[in-house]
Design a protein around this ligand. Structure first.
Ligand code: ADP
Ligand code: ZN
Length: 628
């Protein structure tokens, strides 16, 4: 049964007091209510939907300790820093701690000093963890990124299988809450089974992320395409995912040479360099991160404005996970895939040569399992290839892949944008009709293909023989693609600006309306199928322009600077202090007192006490200076 239960009012109080939010987002209240009522839960919620609050709010309301299983250290570190900023006592048990820090964390946990403890899955079955869980009493066990328990998932981690054993060893079984951003029906089933969830309250919030713009490019040169994209992107922060370390090196080096603040991340770098580069990115010292997929699991940086895939990933799940790191803060962001057929061959090669189990006659259970895994991987790769080459709406493709229904047109992806759009064709149209005119002066007329040849300056023998290269309009559209020239001609005929007429075969002639084209003062705009790149760029820019609005850019920039100073003092990334959305709300609400400051979404009691004075003073100063 999946009946929702009522939410205790205390949950809203905690939401406001600790996190500064007025209301729950879709799905949060239901899951929190189920957990508070002692029921297992499975939440399938897209990135940025607010999964963390689903277990953090109950954690603060329940008597004992909440343990959170989380796959990556950086994620835990971030979450703990954010919780501490909000006045919640939290810690993580991970290999990144020094032995002394680790011992202290265990001691504090045993003494009941924490409400929330994050733990890496490999550490669950250790004595320390079991001792803490046994003696303090777990009120809740939360499993983040729960798809890691599924072999059908894109990120299977054997250590996740230990969760079930861990729960079995507990003196008293707490409710178990599993969360994931992407789960097909198969993966969902796996999660329930492998974690041994008991009749979980299951809630899947639609996975659509309306703030993401999806785009596939098939560029002749990926590096050029990447540079062009970055140049138009105004120094925003983002990730460029590459398939191999070598490509990461190449991309990072080139971006550096081109003057971008770029850094790199892959498994071939020392742990020290990885950490440094990752921090440079998180703390906004570097804006572009070139990385393999080793980067990101657990990267919770909310202000990632774009994720460009320099190579096609091996399945839709990985793609969504990686691309989904864009726009976690709800701001508009781009997910761009640079596709080439080579990517498919590379992935195929990697899959076919993966695993051991080869050369043992293929009959052992191991090799059968490996073979089955390979077949699954190839099937997933096929779907990824379909995404990269489809002409249908990209968003719809993804939603349907994950079993959701979707309209066939979203208007916010490159395929939707590649449809017809009004485009200024004045100059092209004038050249085309002039050519028809010049030919007619010599008593000649041509079909569309021959006319295009003349305009594009073809060296076609027949054309040269007829001395058409002496026409004054010969070659005046050298740079236009044949496709575009043809499209404009078609449209002119359609609108009656040219006639198509002829006894033997159709030739182009002037019509009564043709003169209008030459005499035109206003631009002639016709619905054109634009070359993809143009259309895509236009649509992407419109998508971002719409998101602007009545925010004073100067105030926002002042608040950002203040945030940076405050974050520097506290030694945390800027987004841990306040999200961009929170700063924008300050620009709208212009709070000048601490009471008003508390009304800004994202400002809780502790942050109000900590930062209220400085931010309200900055706003007051801005208003008094009359700069607005
Ligand atoms: P997820 O883990 O689902 O990707 P997070 O838990 O990191 O998402 O939340 C994403 C962002 O949304 C965070 O900045 C968080 O503070 C914010 N958020 C979560 N719940 C709410 C809410 N009810 N109201 C406003 N903002 C929220
Ligand atoms: Zn679309």
């Amino acid at each position: 049964m999946n009946e929702p239960v009522a939410l205790p009012p205390a949950a809203r109080e905690v939401l406001k007091r600790c996190f500064g939010y007025e209301g729950f987002r879709a799905g949060q209240a239901e899951i929190i209510a189920a957990l508070l009522a002692g029921r297992d839960s499975l939440g399938v919620m897209p990135t940025g939907a607010g999964k963390s609050l689903c277990y953090q709010v109950p954690a603060l309301l329940l008597p004992g300790l909440t343990l959170v299983v989380s796959p990556l250290i950086s994620l835990m570190r971030d979450q703990v820093a954010a919780l501490r900023q909000s006045g919640v006592s939290a810690a993580c048990l991970a290999s990144s701690l020094s032995p002394a820090e680790y011992a202290a964390a265990v001691r504090n946990a045993l003494a009941g000093a924490y409400k929330i403890v994050y733990v890496a899955p490999e550490r669950l079955l250790r004595d320390d963890t079991l001792r803490i869980a046994g003696s303090v009493g777990l009120s809740l066990l939360a499993v983040d990124e729960a798809h890691c328990v599924s072999q059908w998932g894109h990120d299977f981690r054997p250590s996740y299988l230990g969760v079930r054993e861990f729960v079995r060893l507990l003196p008293r079984r707490p409710p178990v809450a599993a969360f994931t951003a992407t789960a097909t029906e198969k993966v969902r089933g796996d999660i329930i089974e492998s974690l041994a969830l008991r009749d979980p309250y299951t809630l899947a919030v639609g996975i659509d992320r309306p703030n993401l713009y999806f785009e596939v490019q098939v560029p002749a040169d990926k590096m050029d395409a990447l540079l062009a994209y970055l140049r138009r992107n105004g120094g925003k922060s983002g990730i460029v995912y590459c398939a191999t370390r070598k490509t990461v090196e190449k991309v990072a080096a080139r971006l550096g040479r081109e003057g971008f603040a770029a850094t790199r991340y892959h498994a071939g770098l020392s742990g020290e360099e990885r950490k440094r580069n990752q921090d440079d990115f998180l703390y906004d010292r570097k804006t572009v991160m070139a990385a393999t997929n080793a980067f990101g699991m657990g990267i919770d940086k909310p202000n990632v404005s774009f994720v460009v895939h320099y190579n096609m990933p091996k399945n839709i799940e990985s793609y969504c996970q990686e691309a989904g790191r864009a726009g976690r803060d709800g701001e508009r962001a781009d997910c761009v895939l640079l596709y080439s057929g080579k990517d498919v061959r590379l992935n195929r090669f990697l899959i076919e040569n993966s695993g051991s189990g080869r050369g043992d006659g293929g009959k052992s259970p191991d090799s059968t399992a490996a073979e089955a895994q390979k077949q699954r991987s190839l099937e997933l790769l096929k779907q990824m290839t379909f995404y990269s080459t489809t002409t249908d709406c990209l968003r719809a493709f993804i939603l349907r892949y994950f079993g959701e229904t979707a309209p066939g047109y979203c208007g916010k992806c490159s395929n939707c944008a590649a449809h017809f759009e009004p485009s200024d064709v004045t100059l092209d149209a004038q050249k085309i009709v002039s050519c028809v005119y010049r030919a007619a002066e010599r008593g000649l007329s041509f079909g569309k293909a021959a006319l295009a040849d003349i305009l594009r300056g073809s060296r076609n023998a027949k054309l040269l023989e007829a001395r058409l290269d002496t026409l004054s309009t010969y070659g005046i559209m050298k740079d236009a693609s044949a496709k575009r020239l043809r499209a404009v001609t078609d449209r002119l005929v359609e609108r009656g600006y040219l006639l198509l007429d002829g006894a033997e075969y159709p030739v182009l002639k002037w019509s009564a309306k043709t003169r209008e084209i030459l005499d035109r003062e206003r631009p002639l705009r016709l619905e054109m199928m634009l070359p993809r790149e143009e259309a895509i760029q236009g649509a992407r820019e419109t998508f971002h322009a719409e998101a602007g609005g009545e925010i004073d850019a100067e105030l926002l920039s002042r608040l950002k600077k203040l945030r940076k100073r405050v974050a520097g003092d506290a030694n945390v990334p800027a987004y841990i202090v306040f999200a961009d959305a929170t700063l924008k709300d300050m620009c709208r609400k212009l709070p000048q007192t601490k009471a008003r400051f508390l009304e800004v979404p994202g400002v809780g009691k502790v942050k109000m006490e900590q930062y209220g004075d400085r931010f309200t003073a900055e706003i007051r100063d801005f208003l008094e200076s009359g700069a607005h």
